[in-house]
Ligand binder design. Sequence first.
Ligand SMILES: Nc1ncnc2c1ncn2[C@@H]1O[C@H](COP(=O)(O)OP(=O)(O)OP(=O)(O)O)[C@@H](O)[C@H]1O
Ligand SMILES: [Mg+2]
Length: 307
Amino acid sequence: MSLADKRLILVVGKGGVGRSTVAAAIAARTARAGKRTLLYETSANDRFGNYFDRPPCGTEISQLGHNLFGVNATPQSALAEYGMMILRWKSVYEMVFENRVTKAFLRAIPGLDDYALLGKAWFHTTEDKRGKPVWDTIVFDMPASGHASSMLRVPAVILETVPEGPLTRDAREIQALLSDRARTAAVLVTLAEEMPTNEAIELEQKLTALGIVPQQLIVNQVYPDHFPHHAPVNKVLDAIVGETASPLAELAAHGTLARDRRALNARYLDELRARAKTPLFELPLLFTQKLGSTHIHELGDRLHGLV
Ligand SMILES: Nc1ncnc2c1ncn2[C@@H]1O[C@H](COP(=O)(O)OP(=O)(O)OP(=O)(O)O)[C@@H](O)[C@H]1O
Ligand SMILES: [Mg+2]
């Protein structure tokens, strides 16, 4: 099942493993496949402007490319949109939501920020214009693991604790969307290293318990195999290890480092294959000072078959 057929793609994983990069690569590909795509982030520092050679994404939707748009929502902006949606008139909204007491009250509700951010993603899946969906695909670059799983739990918590009403009606719809494998796919991003591997397995279990079965595990930044086991170059490296004369010593040191790094990745790729239930897909580490649009499209092309 191609990710391009999903309405909502949740990109989750440990902090710093490449969620934003993978989300951008997926979105680049769905957009190219003709899907009107919204790249949705809720981050203090926008990455997507840079990745698509555009100004940084803000709280208003902006265009990042052909068929591709981005937005960087804050809890305040998402809550204000929600408020406007239910209250309809700006003056009424201001009277209620901008009121000091209401503001203090809203801030005190646990999970409300997360609910507003998740609710906005859901809302975009429901938007339509003349009977056609406004967005074919929403790629949600989610917060890091722990925060993402608590955010994804909020609808269930609301259904368990809040009396039946408008809030539970939306929460039920959000919950139904999240656990509908035909419409929603979770993509788990990790690195083939010890801590990210353990965290990915833990997150896979947490998501599954929430009824969100991850569709794909993307192992990002896999180091290239410069010294394949049976290749002659491997024997050459063995032969010069222990050399003291420069520049051979330096070459040996670099070679050994590259080989060890690859061996570490290979070990944790094996471990992920053994422990994870989700199908695994590798993305290479790209050697560059700074990732830009060409790299994002290159990573997107590598996702051929998945998206
Ligand atoms: N495949 C790759 N090859 C090379 N560099 C990469 C790759 N994937 C990610 N990076 C780089 O690694 C860094 C972290 O990536 P990214 O910002 O996507 O991670 P993140 O999980 O979204 O982080 P955060 O938790 O801060 O939101 C960035 O500098 C990014 O450009
Ligand atoms: Mg990020």
